[in-house]
Design a protein around this ligand. Structure first.
Ligand SMILES: CC(C)(COP(=O)(O)OP(=O)(O)OC[C@H]1O[C@@H](n2cnc3c(N)ncnc32)[C@H](O)[C@@H]1OP(=O)(O)O)[C@@H](O)C(=O)NCCC(=O)NCCS
Length: 188
């Protein structure tokens, strides 16, 4: 099992192509607590398809474990340019320079009971160090919906700074929301 980063309580490990991980991911992706934030309609086939698409596209899907219990999911991948992050070129160019190695990160903690207890901040702090050190990133980018105040607060605590808002960027079932693009630089 490939471990991306860990501390005493939290472990971020790569999702594996095995029944247990596909089943767990499917349970999450069909639970109301996750669907409130991530959109999509999944079944066993499409969960597996998404995993293999990620493998082809260079996305690293991971499980977040707290004291050995899988509590959520995080994925990261290299973002080549504005187009690859569905952002207007002019906005992107004000905050991201050509040649910089930028990684995008997306995550959820699945159960409401595990949220708001500092785990997201600890996890993302651990993960960011690993992406900077092991993957050679210059900066990370996240794209919370502008009304997702908890995610934005968590990202601020981790060291992300607000860059710009992209109106009507993210569909969530029947609605479309604005995204706040946030950047964290590799610490000196
Ligand atoms: C976003 C998420 C990963 C953050 O992880 P977390 O463990 O809940 O976050 P933390 O507890 O480390 O930090 C949350 C902070 O937001 C604050 N917060 C919570 N609700 C808030 C609100 N409505 N407005 C402002 N701040 C809020 C908390 O007080 C806490 O800050 P504090 O420690 O200074 O008090 C997690 O909440 C989650 O998975 N949410 C659902 C899915 C999601 O939104 N994913 C992100 C998509 S971009």
């Amino acid at each position: 099992m490939a471990i991306i980063a860990k501390n005493e309580h939290i472990c971020i490990r790569e999702m594996e192509a095995c029944a247990a991980d596909f089943d767990q991911h499917l349970r999450w992706m069909t639970s109301p607590e996750v669907l409130e934030y991530w959109d999509g309609e999944y079944d066993d086939g499409s969960i597996r398809e998404m995993y293999y698409d990620h493998m082809r596209e260079g996305v690293t899907p991971c499980f977040i474990e707290l004291d050995g219990r899988a509590i959520g999911y995080v994925q990261f991948d290299r973002i080549p340019d504005a187009d690859g992050y569905e952002c207007p070129e002019a906005d992107w160019a004000r905050f991201f320079q050509p040649g910089e190695m930028i990684y995008g990160v997306d995550m959820f903690i699945a159960a409401d009971a595990d949220r708001n207890r500092g785990v997201g901040t600890q996890m993302l702090t651990l993960l960011s160090r690993a992406i900077f050190d092991k993957y050679g990133a210059d900066a990370l980018v996240v794209d919370p919906k502008t009304h997702n105040a908890r995610a934005i607060a968590c990202y601020h605590k981790c060291g992300f700074k607000d860059c710009f808002v992209v109106p009507q960027r993210e569909a969530h079932f029947d609605e479309v929301f604005d995204s706040l693009i946030m950047r964290m630089d590799k610490p000196n």
